[in-house]
Ligand binder design. Structure first.
Ligand SMILES: Cc1cc2nc3c(=O)[nH]c(=O)nc-3n(C[C@H](O)[C@H](O)[C@H](O)COP(=O)(O)O)c2cc1C
Length: 213
């Protein structure tokens, strides 16, 4: 039986059934078999703008200033999105590397849901993440082999960023699966896929055991 009741798959590739990161994510989800899985494809999600008006509205709300009904509605919607995110006990992010980082809708989503008092708190100069006690899995694909310890590791602003962000909001149980390089000879790419499937299967087996034995 899976140790996760509710898993949110946050999918950041627009390539649908052709996506390598989504493909490995689905294999991992099948292996983990959580009681409930919800998929949020960020290229299909209608994310509201996160712009100057929204930011100034937050500062005004924090200061106790009068704000327009639009601002109240915008922040109610953001609050609802954060409550939805925090209602899961595990998050699976699947994302290709785009220009060394993450695709823009994933950054947009992170900007929408990361706010003091909502996803983390700051007290006496210390930060406490409000997502503590949950699990995050990051599946990343990329044409280049930027895995740790390799010669191109310094170009990684995708896996390191996601790892640091989930850590910032309090997650300590973080797992990673790489699919790379996805550019090269057929043999190299299929070896990358086989490696990722094997990592996903091993992770599914590890996550299917009780957290403490
Ligand atoms: C706009 C764009 C930018 C990309 N930038 C990078 C990059 O900086 N580094 C890299 O390794 N691959 C890069 N790629 C290649 C993808 O990461 C790679 O094809 C990946 O396997 C796609 O995963 P997916 O099938 O899950 O979408 C880029 C692809 C696109 C479309």
């Amino acid at each position: 039986m899976s140790r996760f009741a509710r898993l949110l798959h946050i999918e950041a590739s627009p390539r649908g059934p052709r996506s390598r990161s989504s493909d490995v994510a689905r294999r991992l989800i099948d292996g983990i078999a959580p009681a409930t899985v919800e998929t949020l494809n960020l290229f299909e999600a209608d994310l509201p703008p996160f712009d100057g008006t929204v930011i100034e509205g937050r500062y005004a709300l924090l200061a106790g200033d009068a704000v327009s009904p639009d601002v109240v509605a915008q922040w109610d919607a953001i609050r609802a999105r954060i409550d939805h995110f925090l209602s899961f006990d595990a998050w699976l992010f699947s994302a290709p590397m785009w220009n060394f980082g993450v695709p823009y809708p994933l950054k947009h989503y992170i900007d929408l849901i990361t706010h003091p008092g909502m996803t983390f708190t700051v007290q006496d100069g210390g930060v406490t993440g409000l997502a503590a006690g949950r699990t995050a899995i990051v599946i990343g694909s990329g044409a280049l082999d930027i895995r740790p310890d390799g010669p191109m590791a310094a170009l990684d602003h995708q896996m390191t960023y996601l790892n640091d962000w989930v850590g910032f909001i309090g997650v300590t149980d973080i797992h990673r699966v790489d699919i790379r390089p996805t550019y090269g000879s057929e043999c190299e790419v299929s070896a990358a896929m086989d490696r990722a499937y094997a990592e996903a299967d091993a992770l599914a087996a590890a996550l299917s055991r009780p957290a403490r034995v």
